[in-house]
Design a protein around this ligand. Sequence first.
Ligand code: SAM
Length: 251
Amino acid sequence: MNDNDGHFGERVAEQYDKSSAAEFRHDTVEQTVSVLAELAGGGRALELGIGTGRIALPLARRGVPVHGIELSRAMVQRMRAKPGGEEIGVSIGDFATVKVDTTADGPFSLAFLVFNTIMNLTSQEAQVACFRNVAEHLAPDGRFVIEVLVPELRKIPAGQNIVPFRTGPTEWAYTVYNTVTQEAACHYVEVTEDGRGATRTIPFRYVWPAELDLMAQLAGLRLCNRWDSWTRTPFTEDSAQHVSVWAKPTG
Ligand SMILES: C[S@@+](CC[C@H](N)C(=O)[O-])C[C@H]1O[C@@H](n2cnc3c(N)ncnc32)[C@H](O)[C@@H]1O
């Protein structure tokens, strides 16, 4: 495993596309890609945390030129092995800071950060830097889209800071929250067939919708849409997640 691959090294990359999560269903991917293709408006798209190309590849098949930023070479290798994967340009590095050279092809009309990946930046400072970095890559009137959970603090029982979310005889997982810093970590524990164990921890920082709007404002972007999901249903106080779209001013 490459230590620079962050929390999505070889072991995770190998399993990533086998997930049974709703995000991997064909209809979910198609719905996501339809909205993104429309928002790209005929221009180029930049995916932050492109991963194995779950969204980038079908978006490119619709004729939207896509470039990715990604920390994990193991994840990118999985994308490269898929049809069309070799044609997608990827800048390896941290999407909060990496600069993609836009001198030849011009700035992007769309940047997107889906599947809760903004939370992989574990400090407020890094999340703010990400918005600023995106704004620098966008053309005037360009759009930035984030898909992320609404923080699940209502699930934390009074006086506790741990929420289990997977429990079984040989596998369990739980989140530990620090409600002061908004830092948290998901811990996965599995007992393997030989009676040994495997553990994995993914740190993250949860972030509120209004806090994201402030980060956008700091980067010179303004909110255009906030939906409950890719079906563009309205965001309400009962929404468990949101798809938010900010725009860069035209002038
Ligand atoms: C949950 S996966 C999402 C992958 C893909 N966007 C998708 O929707 O299937 C998060 C991806 O973001 C990458 N990532 C996390 N933090 C990153 C960072 N700071 N800079 C670049 N890539 C990062 C991970 O390596 C991983 O591939």
